[in-house]
Ligand binder design. Structure first.
Ligand code: GLY
Length: 268
């Protein structure tokens, strides 16, 4: 297993993109750095045999810690994206250099007319992908992902004004199913459930989580990293056998719209 991460730049607190006002949600730089370091350590402990690449930060790229948006693990290699935010496009180059040097093979490419943030891509194992049609991701990106992966990639609208698809929903595998923010339940029932292969049950069911942050989980090996507030639904899900759950606090990164999945790319 190879896990790609990138250090948090010193410009993060002052300049990372955020839909929250800095006054309402000021970011504490040192705390963000400590949280990110603990997150990377948790990944390493969850996957002791994994190689972890920690790319150096670039202070000119305040969002560069959110590596999920620049590279996607696809069968046989990696698809590099073209992030929807112009200020983030240059983040791709370091990922390309380090991941190809690590032996990964580049698969496919985005057309210059398309943009794709990896936060909009929900991988459903060998079944394929859901791709969020957000302000950052264009419909052509799903076609590029399907070509690069050889798997179906179905475009879906993101719920409400979410930044990314995975701001609202992630998948914890067939034993634990989908975790969906409670606020996105109407979207899930009207838009997503009807098009899922085999319905939600085909993916292990769906659990609605009151705290959207807690609906974003990272599965690495047999461990599920999660954050946010617990609730009875989540506690019941965590009690199921098959995964060890580890809580990781990334609340400072959440102030810049970062969830747990945003900060790593996991190549099995
Ligand atoms: N701050 C993460 C993003 O807006 O892409």
């Amino acid at each position: 297993m190879l896990i790609y991460t990138r250090h948090l730049p010193r410009s993060f607190a002052a300049a990372a993109l955020s839909r929250h006002s800095r006054e309402d949600a000021p970011i504490h730089q040192a705390r963000a750095e400590a949280q990110h370091a603990a997150y990377v350590a948790a990944l390493g402990e969850a996957a002791p045999g994994a190689r972890i690449i920690e790319a150096p930060a670039d202070d000119a790229l305040p969002d560069c810690v959110f590596v999920e948006d620049v590279a996607l693990a696809v069968p046989g290699g990696v698809l590099f994206t073209r992030p929807g935010a112009e200020s983030r496009r240059a983040e791709v180059e370091v990922a390309r250099r380090l991941l190809l040097a690590a032996g990964l093979t580049e698969r496919g490419a985005l057309s210059p007319d398309d943009t794709l943030d990896g936060g909009d891509v929900l991988a459903l194992g060998g079944l394929g992908y859901l791709v969020g049609r957000s302000r950052r991701t264009t419909p052509g990106a799903a076609r590029a992902l399907a070509q690069a992966s050889g798997l179906p990639a179905v475009m879906v609208p993101v719920p409400g004004d979410e930044l990314h698809l995975k701001s609202a929903i992630t998948w914890a595998g067939p034993t634990h199913g989908l975790l969906c923010a409670e606020s996105a339940r109407p979207w899930f029932e009207a838009t997503l459930a009807p098009i899922l292969p085999g319905g939600a049950e085909g993916l292990g069911g769906v659990t609605f989580i009151a705290d959207a942050l807690a609906a974003n989980v990272v599965i690495v090996g047999e461990t599920a990293l999660w954050q946010g507030q617990d609730c009875p639904n989540l506690a019941a899900l965590r009690a199921r056998p098959g995964l060890t759950w580890r809580r990781v606090d990334m609340s400072e990164l959440a102030r810049a719209d970062g969830a747990l999945t945003c900060c790593s790319v996991i190549f099995p």
